[in-house]
Design a binder for this molecule. Structure first.
Ligand SMILES: Cc1cc2nc3c(=O)[nH]c(=O)nc-3n(C[C@H](O)[C@H](O)[C@H](O)COP(=O)(O)O)c2cc1C
Length: 241
């Protein structure tokens, strides 16, 4: 019997999660993944500031199909006030979980201190998570990386801060640094270390491209959820694993 995964008040039908991919996990793709049994669907990242300024291209990113629940909406940003106020503004929409992006490696995002740049700013991580949790009733989760670069491998520290910020419902860990982008092999041991360090559910991510690898990831790390991104597109990545 498969262990159930509960994220806040949301019980997932299974532990297999479609990872968020900008330009990929749009509504039609998510509905296809739902048909194939995904336990949770993650939307494409959305800029909190774009919502503030009523950017017209953002509206389509927020569209949700009635059949796709449970679904997670991901914000990126760096201003706790804007992020939490925009979370409140969209809360009535039919998503189930609000996720915070602390992993995006794209220069434009990192330059603004957003995405993976937050891995270098533990104080701001705390402020963003606590503001978001206070602002909305829906469960708040965070997606992080192994660290920023080889000199800043701090997923364990950041995960503890996320937990301490009070009320975060889960943390997803991608076992690569920002410097690695999406190449090389994901470090599953960092996922194990995070799992040992926090008591909120930990979602493991990176290089799951087959049922066997999913099983292996759980065995090696004890993670509660398995997040599959490129594997859902049939992309086997550059990893030799
Ligand atoms: C094209 C592409 C777009 C992505 N967009 C996002 C995103 O919007 N938000 C996010 O948190 N991660 C994003 N990611 C990262 C994935 O969710 C995942 O962490 C990464 O690909 C590693 O998992 P995998 O080996 O299963 O692909 C993206 C990855 C790719 C390849």
């Amino acid at each position: 019997m498969m262990k159930q995964l509960k994220i806040g008040n949301v019980t997932l039908p299974n532990r297999y999660i479609l990872g968020p991919m900008a330009g990929v996990t749009d509504l039609p793709f998510r509905v296809l993944c739902k048909e194939q049994g995904a336990g949770l669907l993650c939307m494409e990242m959305v800029s909190a500031k774009a919502i503030l300024y009523n950017n017209k291209n953002t509206e389509s990113l927020l569209e949700i199909h009635p059949d796709e629940q449970p679904v997670s909406l991901q914000f990126f940003g760096s201003d706790p006030k804007i992020m939490s106020e925009m979370a409140k503004r969209v809360e009535e929409r039919p998503f189930d979980i609000m996720d915070i992006n602390m992993g995006c490696p794209v220069p434009k995002v990192v330059r603004n201190g957003e995405g993976s740049a937050l891995m270098k700013n533990p104080k701001l991580v705390y402020e963003i998570v606590s503001a978001m949790v206070k602002a909305i009733d829906k469960p708040v989760t965070v997606k992080i990386r192994k660290g920023f670069d080889d000199s800043c491998i701090n997923a364990v520290e950041i995960a503890k801060i996320i937990e301490e910020a009070g009320g975060a419902a889960a943390v997803a860990v991608h076992g690569r640094t920002r410097e690695q982008y999406y190449s090389g092999q994901a470090d599953w041991d960092i996922i194990r270390q995070v799992k040992e360090a926090v008591s909120i559910p930990v979602i493991g991510n990176g290089d799951v491209t087959s049922p066997q690898k999913a099983e292996e990831l759980v065995k090696q790390t004890g993670c509660d959820g398995i997040m599959i991104a490129r594997g859902a597109q049939g992309i086997h990545g550059s990893s030799p694993r």
